[in-house]
Design a protein around this ligand. Structure first.
Ligand code: NDP
Length: 265
C-alpha cells in the first residue's frame, strides 16, 4: 500500500498541496498518496491522532494549526525550534518530528525563481503572524542586510523583532524609508485589502513579494503601478512543498516544471 500523507488545516479545500505532491510523486516514482484533511478548529489533535492511528506517515500543516503542530512534536528541527512554528510532521511509532519548510521555500523562490539576490539587501517584512515568524530566520540566514518588521498590531512586530535583533516599525512611521525588497506576510489580501503602507515606500525597480497566491492582490497591484517588480507566493508554496517531500522521502523533486504547470505555462 502507498504511504499516506495529507495537508491538514481549516479551511483546506483551496489547498494546491495535493496537486503539487501528486506531481512530485509522479516525477520521482515515489509511491505515496496525498490528501486533504479539514480539522475542526477545536479538534486538531484528535484529527491528527486519527490519521496517525490509520497509519499516516506525515502531514503538512496550514492555517491555523502551525503553532499547535509545534507544541505537538516530540522532536524538532533546528529551524522549527527557531521559528516556533511547524508545517511538516513526520510520524514514526511514538515519535513525532516537526520541521518548518516555509522559510527555505521563500528563500529558494526568491533566489532561484524570482532571480533576486538577498545578500545585504534592505528588506521590509509586513506581518508578524505565523508566516512572518516562519520565514524570518531563513531570510536572516540568507544574509539580508537591514530588516524592518511592520505590523498592524505593533506589539507583535516588536516581540518578533526583539527576538532577532531587528527593527519593528508602525506602518505610518515608514514614510520616506527605502527598501530593496518588500514582503507581504500578512493575510490582508484574503480580505482584498493591502497593509496600510505609505506610498513613498513603493519604489520603482524594488521587489514586491506577496506570500498569497492564486490571483493578484491589492498590494501587488499598487506596487506594480508604482513601478516595482512583483511576485506572488506560488513559487514559495512549491518550494516549501519540495522541501517537505525531501524531509519525508529523502528525494528532492524538481520544482520548476511543477511551478510552470501550475502557472499554466
Ligand atoms: P496569521 O493569521 O498568523 O497572521 C496574519 C497577519 O496579517 C498578522 O500580522 C495580521 O496583523 C496581519 N493582517 C491581517 N489582516 C490585515 C490587514 N487588513 N491589514 C494589515 N495587516 C493585516 O496568518 P499567517 O501569518 O499564517 O499567514 C499570512 C499569509 O501568508 C496568509 O495569507 C497565508 O496564505 C500566506 N502564506 C503563504 C505561504 C506560501 O507558501 N505561499 C506559506 C504560509 C503562509 P495583526 O497582528 O495586527 O492581526
Amino acid at each position: 500500500m502507498a504511504d499516506r500523507y495529507a495537508v491538514i488545516g481549516n479551511p483546506v479545500a483551496h489547498s494546491k498541496s495535493p496537486q503539487i505532491h501528486a506531481e512530485f510523486a509522479r516525477a520521482t516514482g515515489e509511491q505515496l498518496e496525498y490528501g486533504r484533511i479539514e480539522a475542526p478548529l477545536e479538534g486538531f489533535e484528535h484529527t491528527l491522532a486519527q490519521f496517525r492511528d490509520a497509519g499516516g506517515k506525515g502531514l503538512n500543516v496550514t492555517v491555523p494549526f502551525k503553532e499547535a503542530a509545534f507544541r505537538y512534536c516530540s522532536e524538532l528541527s533546528a529551524r522549527a525550534r527557531a521559528a516556533q512554528v511547524v508545517n511538516t510532521l513526520v510520524f514514526s511509532g511514538a515519535r513525532v518530528f516537526g520541521d518548518t519548510t516555509d522559510g527555505v521555500g521563500l528563500v529558494r523562490d526568491l533566489e532561484r525563481n524570482v532571480g533576486e539576490t538577498l545578500a545585504a539587501k534592505a528588506l521590509l517584512l509586513m506581518g508578524a503572524g505565523g508566516a512572518a515568524r516562519g520565514v524570518l530566520p531563513a531570510l536572516l540566514e540568507a544574509g539580508v542586510g537591514r530588516v524592518v518588521i511592520a505590523n498592524r498590531t505593533l506589539a507583535r512586530a516588536e516581540t518578533l523583532a526583539q527576538r532577532y535583533g531587528v527593527i519593528a516599525c508602525a506602518y505610518g512611521a515608514l514614510e520616506g524609508h527605502a527598501f530593496d525588497i518588500v514582503i507581504n506576510a500578512t493575510s490582508a489580501g484574503l480580505a482584498n485589502e493591502a497593509p496600510p503602507l505609505p506610498a513613498s515606500v513603493l519604489r520603482p525597480g524594488a521587489l514586491a513579494y506577496d506570500m498569497l497566491y492564486g490571483g493578484d492582490t491589492p498590494f501587488l497591484a499598487t506596487a506594480r503601478n508604482a513601478g516595482m517588480r512583483t511576485s506572488d507566493g506560488l513559487g514559495m508554496l512549491v518550494e516549501q512543498a519540495a522541501e517537505s517531500f525531501f524531509v519525508w522521502r529523502g528525494v528532492r523533486p524538481e520544482t520548476r516544471p511543477v511551478l510552470e504547470y501550475l502557472r499554466g505555462r
